[in-house]
Structures are given as C-alpha cells and as structure tokens.
Design a protein around this ligand. Structure first.
Ligand code: MN
Length: 544
C-alpha cells in the first residue's frame, strides 16, 4: 500500500503550514512524475519515495528533508530536471535532492568503483548531513524489498549496505537503522550463516524466554520498592549479523554468548541508572569484569548505557542494560535526534541546517567538489569573517584522506581509501554543536580549547570559559559526541602553557604556542633584557 500524505504529516514531530503545503505539493508532484513506472515487485514506483519520506518524518527530520525524501529519485528516474525542482520547491530542497542523486550515481563494481562512490558519499556528506540521512532511509527501504531484486544484483547491494551504509549509520549513532541494515543484508551475503544464526537465536531465546520474563518481573518489583517511578523494561534481541560476528569470535561456542537476549531498563534520569544498577547487583551476582559504564565513558559514537552481566536464578546468565529515556532515544536515532525540531528549537532551526557540515573533508577533496563553498558561521558575529574558513580546516584529519586529494585513480589507492575509511573515520571523530546548531566534527578526546580554535583563532586566544550543554566546565573536559559547546570569551583572557596539556589538535597547540611566544615578546620588550639562558629555558618549556 502506498503511504498517504496524511501518514507522512502525522509522523512528523511538528510542521508549519508552509511545510505542509510544500509536502502535499511534493507528494502530488512525485506521484505524477513516477506514474507508469514500476518497482521490481510490480508495485507503483511511488510507494518507494513515499515510504522513505515517512521514515524521515519518523526520525524527526525537518520539512525540507521530508520533502526531499519524496523527490529524491526524480532527477535519476524521471524527466524532471534540477531547475524545475528549484523553481517549485526552492534551492534548499533541490540541494538535498541533488546530493542524494550524486550519492547514487556510481554503483559498486569492484574496489575502484567502490571507492569512487565512497568519495561522492563523503563530498555530499561534507555539504550537509541531511543528504546522508536521506540516503540511509532510501537504502533501508530498498533493503526491505531486496527479495524482488534480480539475484545477480542482490549480493552487490547487500555488500555495499553492510560495508558502507551500516558503518555510516553506526558512526552517526543511528543504532536502530544500523542493526536493520545489517540484518536485511545478511541473508544475501551468506545464506548458510544467516540460517545458522537464526537457529541459534531461536534456540537460545526459547530456552530463556520464561526465565527472562520472571527475571523482568523481579526487577520491576525491586525498582518499585526503591521508589523509582516512570521506568520501563524490555527484552531486546541481539541482531543476527552481530550474533554471527560474535559466534565467529567465540569459535561457534554458544555457551560463551550471554547477550542474545538482554534485559533493558529505561529510567528517567542518570541517578536512577546507578540506583537500578545497585538493585540488580544486590539481587543477583554480577560476573566479574563484565560491568561497563558507558554513561561516564560513552563510546566514540555517543552511545551511553550501563551494561552488566549477572547470574540470575530465573534465567541463568543475563546481560542487563540500563539507560535514561534520552540515552535510549539517542542510541536509536543518533545524529537524527540532534537535528529534530524539538532539539534545535524553532528559532535556531531556521538556517541552522545549512551548516551541518564537515569542512575538513570539503577542503581536502577540492577536485570532487561541485557545490558552492559557504563560509561556516561563527558563534560571535563581531569576529572578522575573512579568516574563519581557514581555521575550520582541521589539520588533524587523517593523512590518508589528505593524500586522496592528490591521488588519481590508482587501484591500490582505492583499496587504501576503503580500509582507511573503515579504520579512521568511523572510530576517531565526534560531532559537536555550536549553540546555534552548527556541526563541528573533531577528533575524539578534544577539549573546549580545541573547539574554540576550530571555530576561530580569536575565540581560542581569548577563551575565558566554556559551557557544555549549558553547564560551565573546566578547560580539560573531554567533549562527547553530540555535546553543545559554547565558548565564553574575554578580551583580557590569554592562553597559558597549561593549555598545551589540554589541547588535543595540532592546530590548537600551534596557536597556543604562538600566542604564548607573542606574550613573551611583549613582556621582554617591557622588562629589562633577560639572560640568554633564561630565555632558552623558557622557550624549552613552551615547546614541551
Ligand atoms: Mn530511492
């Protein structure tokens, strides 16, 4: 059944009358343009963009993205042209549709073509994260109907989904779509292993089903006694692809796997997480070495939860995951949950989406760039705007990516690109937000000092304080994925040598060093000349 426009609108968190008019218009427009075209399943083509659009609405995306979801295949699969989309729906929607079209241009045909499509993926990503989210929703819907795709194409699409799209979803913290993409790809890649994993999961869950239900009841009673209100519990099943990976690691020893079914406890706030943990550990003995505090130490993609594994009387060894509602929301929707109307707020929303970008990628891949460069906004409008662009180029970008700009179509280079991509990009970067919703992406373990310098040298050189998620923090605070960071500046504030210990990026360190040297020079000019040895000793200290 084709998704109705009402279903799309109902799925949105909120929308303006303008959004509604635009979405209704796009719905009719796309339906007409795709008329007489059929999917492999024999259904009208339009069911696909309509489903993608609804999915984007469910993710909490804005009106332009939901509209672009409806129009995303028009340039590729109908005779509608870019200028017509711009004329009817404006440049923002057209920009998104063009971005999605570019991502889809190159199909996976061996390593070199593969790398090519990856590059396009990143160029588009660097321009706007929404393009990538549309593409993920697009790929997800195509994967749900992959059984209709001719067999010889299936494996290629599944492999691309598994190697490129699922890791991307993971990197963006979008846990739910990641798991679904993996499990939809799995049967096309290794049908036997899929059947085996399915069998193992069935067997294990049957074994523990009643026990888990009883354990769940016990937890509920105990939490109520501890006066925790407004919590819920659920049983989550491990994804089949992820189970397959674990089976391989454990040499197919099923008895070694305790997290096929896990109990999940979702509580109102962080204090409750630790209270719930205490309740669990008082009730059942935890397995030593299995407790992980991802609340205090989130994973690089922003995932937060308490994980513990306990020996229950009811169901044997059970993994328990404890998190707040907010953590649960973010674990499922990741970056999309930062970009929803509710998160950004109505006033900040306007224009903020334009700047969801990764400038360091954009700067490093100039040859592939077809989109106009926009100067990233700064937090402080009084800053001189000329040098902003330069500073946002993060020089700590992995070197393999820097080399990419110069390399030309060598096979080895392509493979290197794919490997490097998997290794570096996905695991070592975090996404941070300015108070206005601009995205700055930085290496993990970055501090407010790095953030300040990434925005502007002036802001770094005059940083007087920093707020993370509206709370004042110290300069050495390690920033976490999704943090909203505000830098407070004062004309009289200056970098100190201590800052060098706190800064993670080479760019920040370089600026700090030169600012300190500048201070020294001024001081030297004012006070009587020092002995050479003294000056040398001081320089040495700075260089450390
Ligand atoms: Mn599509």
């Amino acid at each position: 059944m084709t998704t109705t426009v009402k279903e799309i609108l109902d799925a949105m968190q909120e929308y303006t009358p303008e959004d509604e008019a635009m979405i209704r218009k796009a719905y009719d427009f796309a339906q007409k343009a795709h008329e007489n075209v059929k999917r492999y399943s024999g259904e009208p083509y339009f069911i696909h963009p309509a489903a993608v659009s609804k999915h984007l609405a469910q993710l909490g995306m804005d009106g332009a993205t939901v509209t672009a979801g409806l129009l995303h295949d028009l340039i590729e699969d109908s005779d509608i042209r870019e200028d017509e989309i711009t004329k009817e729906f404006g440049p923002e929607v057209c920009f998104l549709v063009e971005g999605v079209t570019k991502l889809g241009k190159h199909k996976y045909r061996g390593a070199e073509r593969h790398a090519e499509s990856l590059r396009r993926l990143f160029v588009a990503t660097s321009a706007d994260v929404r393009v990538l989210i549309i593409k993920l929703a697009d790929r997800y819907h195509n994967m749900t109907t992959i059984e209709h795709v001719p067999e010889h194409k299936r494996a290629r699409i599944a492999l691309e989904t598994l190697e490129i799209y699922a890791p991307l979803a993971d990197r963006l913290g979008m846990g739910r779509i990641k798991k679904e993409l993996e499990d939809l790809s799995f049967p096309a890649i290794d049908p036997d292993a899929y059947a085996h994993a399915l069998e193992v999961r069935k067997l294990k869950s049957k074994e523990t089903e009643t026990g888990l239900a009883r354990a769940q009841k016990e937890i509920q009673k105990a939490l109520v006694r501890k006066n925790i209100k407004d919590f819920r519990t659920e049983i989550r099943m491990k994804g089949l692809w992820s189970l397959h990976q674990k089976l391989k690691r454990k040499n197919d020893d099923i008895t070694q796997i305790h997290d096929i079914a896990a109990l999940r406890i979702i509580v109102p706030n962080i204090d409750d997480c630790y209270v719930a943990l205490g309740v669990i550990h008082a009730m059942w003995k935890p397995l030593p070495g299995e407790f992980k505090d991802y609340v205090a130490f989130p994973k690089p993609n922003g995932y937060r939860s308490l994980h513990t594994t306990v020996l229950t009387a009811e169901a044997g060894v059970v993994e328990v995951q404890i998190r707040t509602k907010d953590m649960h929301q973010k674990a499922q929707y990741g970056i999309a949950s930062h970009m929803s109307y509710k998160q950004l707020g109505k006033s900040a929303n306007k224009g903020a989406f334009e700047k969801l970008s990764f400038p360091w990628i954009r700067d490093l891949v100039p040859a592939l760039l077809h989109m106009p460069k926009k100067a990233p906004d700064t937090q402080n409008t009084e800053l001189p705007s000329g040098s902003v662009q330069k500073n946002t180029k993060d020089r700590s970008a992995p070197s393999w990516l820097a080399e990419l700009a110069e390399a030309h179509g060598v096979d080895e280079e392509s493979e290197e690109f794919v490997d490097g991509l998997k290794r570096d990009f996905f695991s070592h970067r975090i996404f941070l937000f300015t108070p206005r919703g601009d995205v700055i992406d930085m290496p993990t373990q970055s501090t407010p000092i790095d953030f300040a310098y990434a925005i502007h040298t002036y802001l770094g050189d005059h940083m007087a304080g920093a707020k993370v998620n509206n709370k004042l923090v110290s300069f050495d605070t390690q920033l976490r994925n999704g943090d909203i960071v505000e830098i407070l500046d004062k004309v009289s504030a200056k970098p100190t040598p201590k800052w060098l210990d706190y800064a993670r990026t080479s760019m920040a360190r370089r600026h700090i060093r030169s600012a300190i040297e500048e201070q020294e020079k001024k001081a030297d000019a004012n006070i009587e000349p020092k002995s050479k040895a003294e000056q040398k000793a001081r320089k040495k200290k700075i260089k450390k």
